[in-house]
Design a protein around this ligand. Structure first.
Ligand SMILES: Cc1cc2nc3c(=O)[nH]c(=O)nc-3n(C[C@H](O)[C@H](O)[C@H](O)COP(=O)(O)O)c2cc1C
Length: 158
């Protein structure tokens, strides 16, 4: 699979089977996160990996959609607030590595940050920046809707 095929294959999975994620696949994905570039190579992020089994009520408080709690794993990427950009590339590594391993993911920005801080024990000086689900898809990819490159790219000047 080429890189372009990989990014075309990835889509936001919003329905999950109850098949668990293999430990080797989780380790592979977390290694991809560890290899992500970060400013001055500080790696100033923490990933809170949650196996959701038995924690459905807590997951519901984080993000109210049933499919979120159905995902066997939820990961919360945390950093000091000014390090949010670093977290973006780390999460992208996770999501693309997961896609390559046949797993589904969805970025979740609209989660309850106060609940995440409390439930996941995120310390005061760090912020829960973004969450993602991880598991085997129970839905199908949709046709990707994207703007044309002409709308997104300028050459030489705006
Ligand atoms: C930073 C960010 C935050 C997002 N937050 C949510 C979210 O809270 N809930 C959700 O269902 N999808 C969320 N998404 C997924 C986007 O809606 C999705 O990526 C976009 O519609 C394109 O669809 P695709 O991922 O299937 O290609 C988020 C995506 C990004 C990059």
């Amino acid at each position: 699979m080429t890189f372009l095929e990989l990014v075309q294959k990835r889509y936001s999975v919003r329905a999950y089977t109850d098949r668990p994620v293999e430990d080797e696949k989780l380790a592979y994905i977390l290694e991809a996160a560890r290899m992500a570039p970060t400013g001055s190579n500080r790696q100033a992020f923490q990933l809170v990996v949650v196996h959701t089994e038995g924690r459905g009520a807590e997951m519901k408080r984080l993000y109210g959609q049933d499919w979120f709690a159905d995902a066997p794993i939820v990961i919360c990427a945390c950093a000091a607030p000014s390090y949010g950009l670093n977290v973006g590339i780390v999460v992208d590594h996770i999501i693309l590595a997961a896609t390559e391993r046949g797993l589904g993911t969805c970025w979740i920005g609209a989660f309850d940050r106060d609940a995440a801080r409390e439930i996941l024990g995120v310390p005061e000086d760090k912020a829960p920046i973004i969450m993602m689900t991880l598991g085997y898809a129970a839905d199908e990819p949709r046709t990707k809707k994207r703007k044309d490159l002409d709308d997104l790219v300028r050459y030489g000047h705006w």
